[in-house]
Design a protein around this ligand. Structure first.
Ligand SMILES: [Zn+2]
Length: 187
């Protein structure tokens, strides 16, 4: 269990040199935008998890910049969009982000590289994980394998059509025999 709280702020150039590995929890109170998004989950008794589990590994990535790689995850109650019952889902994100205190350093990165401009040598651990976690929230929460009462009426609706089609096929098959019967009756 990761129960130790992560440091609020890290002197990340030093963490990069030391290739520091941080594991711990970040209280949800430090992630207010994520907490707001989680409360908007259509449940009557909406609540948010106490904390997010986080792993971050720092390494030097060139002059004036540090790479942070890791992951963050938590479990949350949602309203299943298929059966409308509560569902507990794990949300998580992978993190790969360049930290720098210099705008010019970050401007030289590839467009698809996540980055964070810091104020000096300190980075707030919440700032590293909050945006990636917001992006990882489920668009349409569902049980992985739920038994929706809804889908049964759909099935019944389909059945009359299917049996009609079956009748048509049988009629089609019967016609030649009917013709044959008429022919034999003539004889
Ligand atoms: Zn469901």
């Amino acid at each position: 269990m990761l129960t130790e709280a992560l440091p609020k702020r890290i002197r990340y150039p030093q963490a990069g040199i030391e290739e520091a590995l941080l594991e711990g929890v970040l209280p949800m109170s430090r992630l207010p935008r994520l907490a707001d998004a989680l409360l908007d989950n259509e449940l009557d008794n909406a609540n948010v998890p106490e904390s997010v589990a986080v792993t971050l590994r720092f390494s030097s990535d060139g002059p004036g910049r540090v790479l942070v790689v890791g992951e963050a995850h938590f479990e949350q109650h949602w309203l299943c969009q298929r059966c409308l019952e509560p569902v507990v889902l794990r949300s998580g994100c992978e993190i790969e982000m360049i930290l720098s205190g210099h705008k010019k350093v970050l401007e030289q990165l590839r467009n698809d590289q996540d980055s964070l401009l810091t104020d000096g040598d300190l980075v707030d651990t919440a700032d590293i994980v909050e945006d990636p976690l917001l992006l990882a929230l489920p668009m349409s929460p569902k049980h992985e394998d739920c038994d929706p009462a809804f889908e049964i009426p759909e099935l019944i609706e389909v059945m009359p059509d299917a049996s009609q089609a079956q009748d048509e096929i049988e009629e089609g098959r019967q016609r030649p025999f009917a013709g044959l019967k008429r022919l034999t009756e003539k004889d």
